[in-house]
Design a protein around this ligand. Structure first.
Ligand code: KIV
Ligand code: ZN
Length: 511
């Protein structure tokens, strides 16, 4: 397979469809992004359209790297062609891109010319462009586009004949636009294949697909596999109406199909954000690859698969690893009523708080209930629930007070099912004393794990607090985790025990 030639048309077709077309400084920024992406050719504008665009084309052709093809669009008129040559002649490889419709419908109703007249205009224009451009620069190239090629099914023989003559007149690139996408990609591709088969092998055949039915990427990618080497695409899919073929989608689709492309894919995401901001055309959240939802998972099944494969190049529910296109954000896990425990586990952990899968399962009903009412929960809401359900577990036990009496003896005041208890316990420190006091009162639990850590609460603006973690086992061997946070380690320890007790007794009651 020949390497695809990415021809970017953002600065011409994309720009002409903007509500506020770009001026020179804006065009320079986009041009730099295209250079960073390493596209092989750029259509910098339509020089005859205005003095401003002419000047922009001059500036950009001066900035182009030596190996880059730079074109200016020109209708099939001497004036447009001269203007294009004057604007792009500073590039090392300048290209005049001239075009005319050869579709029966458009020749009759828009151009108002007979096919033979149209053919004469097209061939003479290409000759004029070739003769005059090559006088300026022997490396100059002429591209001819059959506007509305997709509409030329019924007169394809005439089009191919005309193209053969156009090639003789000096065009080395023949561009086949689906100026309005009206039917199946396969129909269009069959026509492209016929042109490829009939023209000399030295001719570069190009496709330029608009996205009226949302299939421009598919058409462009398949046209490449049918032999069209030049692929005309636009950043963010900008362009007339529903836009041109989306550059990123084609590049990634070819990459994923094992085609070696020269494009710097890691620049895609930052480029897309810049283009959205500068064009004032926001990125739709469902936009492939670059949309905010493009790598988001909300259903429990997808979240589970996504998280199990998150560090792998191939993911269970994504076409690429986000880093391929320079997306720093991980796959987004959004919690809705359709989500599950893995999402809670991931969201809380990503927010920097400790949670086990067992705890995520325990708080899941509360989080789900909130999501059913609100919809997708912001992380702050999930953290609020995590805090109240983990550090302040509601239940039959309420710790009122505790104090150190002497040596290893402590006094505890608490209520169980609203019944007050005032009791003492002796032990090796408050945790041991508390468990002994509880046992004396019939609440027999065993400590299987104890841990002290600090909870970084920068987010809460509270600095760092002590966090106690206790694992308690009930008399059936079931282990639960109790956590508590407090400025005093001793208080955090006892609160953690009572949080764990509430979990154990709630679970017992629900059996
Ligand atoms: O869509 C189209 O046909 C065009 C041509 C000028 C190439 O943009
Ligand atoms: Zn177009």
């Amino acid at each position: 397979m020949k390497q695809p030639f990415f021809y970017d048309i953002t600065l011409r077709d994309g720009n002409q469809a903007l509500k506020k077309p770009w001026l020179i400084d804006d065009k320079k920024i986009i041009f730099e992004k295209l250079v960073e992406l390493n596209v092989q050719g750029i259509e910098v504008g339509f020089p005859a359209s205005s003095e401003t665009d002419f000047n922009a084309c001059v500036e950009l052709s001066k900035l182009a790297p030596d190996s880059m093809v730079v074109s200016g669009l020109a209708r099939c008129t001497k004036n447009d062609i001269v203007s294009a040559i004057d604007a792009i002649k500073y590039a090392k490889i300048p290209r005049v891109h001239t075009f005319l419709t050869l579709s029966p419908f458009h020749m009759k109703y828009v151009l108002n010319k007979d096919p033979d007249v149209a053919r004469k205009i097209a061939t003479e224009s290409v000759k004029f462009a070739y003769d005059n451009l090559l006088k300026e620069n022997p490396k100059g190239q002429v591209q001819f586009s059959v506007e509305h090629f997709g509409d030329c099914r019924e007169n394809l023989d005439f089009v191919i004949d005309t193209l053969k003559e156009i090639v003789q007149m000096g065009a080395t690139v023949i561009n086949l636009p689906n100026t309005v996408e009206r039917c199946r990609p396969k129909n269009f591709i069959q026509m492209v294949e016929r042109v490829i088969n009939e023209l000399d092998k030295s001719v570069i055949v190009s496709v330029h697909n608009h996205n009226d039915l949302g299939m421009a990427t598919a058409t462009t990618v398949e046209a490449y596999f049918s032999g069209a080497i030049q692929l005309e695409c636009a950043l963010n899919g900008l362009g007339e109406r529903a836009g041109n073929t989306n550059f990123y989608e084609v590049a990634v689709a070819l990459h994923n199909s094992g085609i070696e492309i020269p494009i710097n894919l890691s620049k895609i995401y930052e480029t897309a954000l810049t283009v959205a901001q500068m064009s004032k055309v926001p990125i739709w959240e469902k936009a492939p690859l670059i949309g905010s939802d493009a790598l988001a998972h909300r259903s429990g099944i997808h979240q589970d698969g996504a998280l199990k494969t998150k560090d792998m190049e191939k993911g269970a529910y994504r076409p690429i690893h986000p880093s391929l296109i320079g997306r720093g954000d991980d796959e987004k896990i959004g919690f809705t009523s359709q989500s599950g425990k893995t999402a809670i586990f991931e969201i809380i952990n990503r927010a920097g708080y400790p949670i086990s899968l067992q705890e995520a399962i325990r708080i899941q009903p509360v989080v789900k209930e909130a999501a059913e009412k609100i919809g997708e929960l912001p992380t702050s809401k999930i953290i609020d629930i995590y805090f109240s359900e983990t550090f302040n577990v509601k239940g039959d036990f309420k710790l009122e007070n505790f104090r150190h009496i002497n040596d290893g003896k402590f006094e505890f005041e608490f209520t169980y099912k609203n019944q007050p208890y005032k009791t003492t316990g002796v032990g090796n420190g408050p945790v041991d004393a508390c468990l002994n006091a509880l046992k004396t009162n019939g609440f027999d639990v065993k400590l299987t794990h104890y841990e002290q850590s600090s909870l970084d609460e920068e987010i809460l603006g509270a600095g760092s607090t002590a966090m106690s973690v206790v694992h308690l086992e009930d008399n059936c061997g079931k282990e639960v985790i109790g956590r508590a946070r407090h400025g005093s380690t001793a208080v955090a320890n006892i609160k953690a025990i009572f949080n764990a007790l509430n979990i154990i007794y709630k679970e017992k009651a629900s059996k």
